[in-house]
Ligand binder design. Sequence first.
Ligand code: KG4
Ligand code: ZN
Length: 330
Amino acid sequence: MALILGLESSCDETAAALVTSDRNILAHRLAGQEAEHRPFGGVVPEIAARAHVEALMPLIEGALSDAGKTLSQVDAIAATAGPGLIGGVMVGLVTGKALAHAAGKPLIAVNHLEGHALSPRLSDPDLEFPYLLLLVSGGHCQLLLVEGVGAYRRLATTIDDAAGEAFDKTAKLLGLGFPGGPAVERAAASGNPFAVPLPRPLKGSVEPHFSFAGLKSAVSRAVDSGQWRAEDIAASFQQAVVDCLIDRTTRGLHKADGATALVVAGGVAANQAVRNALQALAAENGLRFVAPPLWLCTDNAAMIGWAGAERFAAGLTDPLDIAARPRWPL
Ligand code: KG4
Ligand code: ZN
């Protein structure tokens, strides 16, 4: 059994967790930065990086103390090394390197997307490779065939915005505040999903790619028209996103040879309408449906610790001079 310290700092959550290779999350601590970024209506990279510097060490100390462990009992340190806002990624990776060097432990440089991609295996011990993963976050919207640790076949990606970005922009247009996804979901709960006619970009196209820019423009026009209630726009937008995700994932299933399950991960996977629709799609196709608990869908360090545990078990560690990467496709 290996004990891994996971660190996450690629966007606007600073987090530290202690995870074992037999799927025990001994501790996970997280500090959001919503209050710092709210006045600007989005994440400001410079503010984020400074907030990570202040938050990270106390979170690591807190996680170690919650777990009743010391750094010397950790087998490896896994830190997000990209993709993300480079200042924040550097804070977490440099901290991970320093701790690894000081304690004489191996470093594991984790791709943040791999953290999301493997997180369902942390919450579900029965999830076997290969599985079809819909990875929907603030920066990414992809269909991946996850064939093994480090073996990810990208079947589709977005040609413009990510799904979470569309939620965040819609929230801004509707004046619902930041972060946008949960705010749109709340507003949508009291709206009519079929009130506002909105497009379903790329619906029916043969390749399973995604597109959300046209949807965002249509939301902008609906807001400007003054014709609709904010709740109805939110609900209709959410319905359009769900329809696109389901249509595109259905296409992806045709390309996902041998998949044992349909899996969703990333921040947008916290959305109940998205989860329900995917669950129904999986059932129609005779596939298991796996979605991590909500807190494990949005950014956290347990998923980074777990990806670290999977890589460590495969003998994959990294040199201390490995660089932080703002862009890093899986
Ligand atoms: O995975 P994540 O925490 O960070 C990235 O790696 O991007 O995803 C954040 C994204 C944001 O765009 C946020 O608005 C969206 O996930 N999100 C949601 C919900 N909760 C978070 N979108 C829709 N409904 C939600 N409940
Ligand atoms: Zn993420």
